[in-house]
Design a protein around this ligand. Structure first.
Ligand code: ADP
Length: 394
């Protein structure tokens, strides 16, 4: 309120000053025009009263927005009144209406603006009935009023839709995220409980090195999954907050790509996916290494997840202006109608019952690639596999 109170006071002060000085200006430029001193003085005095009232009276201060509107409503009546005696000059009324509305619009709420529009419309109609000549003068204010109404209606409808959408995706996100986070935790808990029970029973098998290794491998796998889920969630919040900082360094992308894919060798072995490389050596590029690593890992994880047991081809080439990375699997594929929407947040083309996921990976990939000035797209045939192409400018 502090800041807006300052603004209200400033506007009231400026209005009183301009309202009075306009009288002097018009009187000097157009001697004898209809511009009664008393009414102009009264309107200016009202602005000053409200201004002083905001310092003296607590009730004026508490309802400063109401008193501010009252000043402009009265000023508008005065404009109309002046115009009434200057029937030939339509610019007066339109100019006054638009100016006053602009002040209200930039400063007051939609509710105030709406009330003001209705008020001006009623005032115009009243004048039109009183003097049919004025009918043509309400045409423009009428149009403006309709435009403002439409604008307000549209804006509140869009706001409503956006907030409904935001609520829906928040709920969806919470339910998907809790399900996704619970799955690895449940698996770790089950394995730990089983081992604990065996130990309590004095079963030596619990400490068998081969069994122990399997157990630790499982725990490691599930904690990796948890880490990547949490990383994705953090990325999403960074993207939503518009804080996606890209820190570029020049790297040998060919080596980097090969290294990143090789770091997934355990997962590739588990998914029984062989890899074929077709990488043009020594392609150097300026990129954010960590963000691009996430892109490669996300695309490779998807290729393993949706193409279990099938080979994955990774190719890297360049053209004059860009490098082109293609990750191709031979998995379940994506239907044409889903190929665009899977890059949006929470969008999936498969039920969570069949293959679990949050629908965030591709969204994050697209955001990261676009932040580098590049693009990502998919080509796919259901049942035959998918091919994701990432283009990064050199
Ligand atoms: P998630 O895999 O967690 O659901 P993504 O954003 O990575 O989230 O993928 C969105 C959707 O796109 C997936 O749910 C899946 O339906 C589809 N998809 C992504 N990659 C592939 C792929 N390689 N093969 C088939 N479908 C895929």
């Amino acid at each position: 309120m502090d800041q807006s109170l300052k603004l209200y006071r400033l506007l009231l002060m400026a209005s009183a000053f301009f309202y009075l000085s306009w009288w002097f200006a018009v009187e000097a430029l157009l001697p004898g025009s209809f511009n009664p001193f008393l009414s102009r003085l009264l309107v200016s005095a009202f602005f000053i009263f409200v201004l002083l009232g905001s310092y003296i009276s607590k009730s004026v201060l508490a309802r400063i927005d109401f008193w501010f509107s009252a000043c402009y409503w009265i000023a508008t009546i005065h404009y109309f009144y002046l115009f009434h005696e200057n029937k030939a000059d339509i610019n007066w009324i339109v100019g006054a209406y638009v100016t006053v509305m602009a002040v209200c619009a930039c400063f007051q709420s939609s509710k105030h603006l709406l009330q003001y529009c209705i008020f001006v419309l009623c005032l115009s109609l009243f004048l039109a009935f009183e003097d049919p000549f004025l009918l043509k003068t309400i045409f423009l204010p009428g149009i403006f009023t309709i435009l403002i109404f439409s604008y307000l209606g549209l804006r509140s409808r869009l706001n409503l839709l956006a907030s409904q959408e935001a609520l829906k995706s928040k709920d969806e996100f919470i339910s998907i995220a809790s399900h996704e986070l619970r799955t690895p935790l449940t698996s770790i808990k089950l394995q730990t409980q089983m081992t604990k029970r065996k130990l309590e029973k004095g079963d030596d098998d619990a400490l068998d090195p081969a069994r122990m290794k399997r157990f630790l491998d499982q725990v490691e796998k599930q904690t990796d999954r948890l880490t990547s889920l949490i990383e994705n969630m953090l990325d999403i919040s960074m993207i939503s907050a518009g804080k996606l900082g890209i820190k570029k360094t020049k790297i040998n992308f060919s080596l980097f790509l090969e290294g990143t894919v090789n770091s997934l060798s355990d997962l590739l072995a588990q998914a029984q996916c062989k890899t074929n490389f077709q990488i043009k050596p020594d392609l150097n590029i300026n990129i954010d290494q960590f963000k691009m690593e996430q892109v490669i890992v996300n695309l490779m994880t998807n290729a393993m997840k949706y193409g279990k047991g099938k080979p994955i081809s990774i190719s890297l080439a360049d053209s004059k202006r860009e490098i082109i990375l293609i990750i191709q699997d031979h998995g379940i594929g994506i239907a044409k109608e889903n190929q665009e929407r899977i890059f949006q947040r929470f969008e999936r083309a498969i039920s969570a019952k069949d293959i679990s996921g949050m629908g965030l990976g591709l969204y994050i990939c697209q955001q990261f690639v676009e932040a580098h000035g590049g693009s990502i797209r998919v080509e796919s045939i259901v049942g035959q596999g998918s091919s994701f192409t990432v283009r990064l400018p050199l």
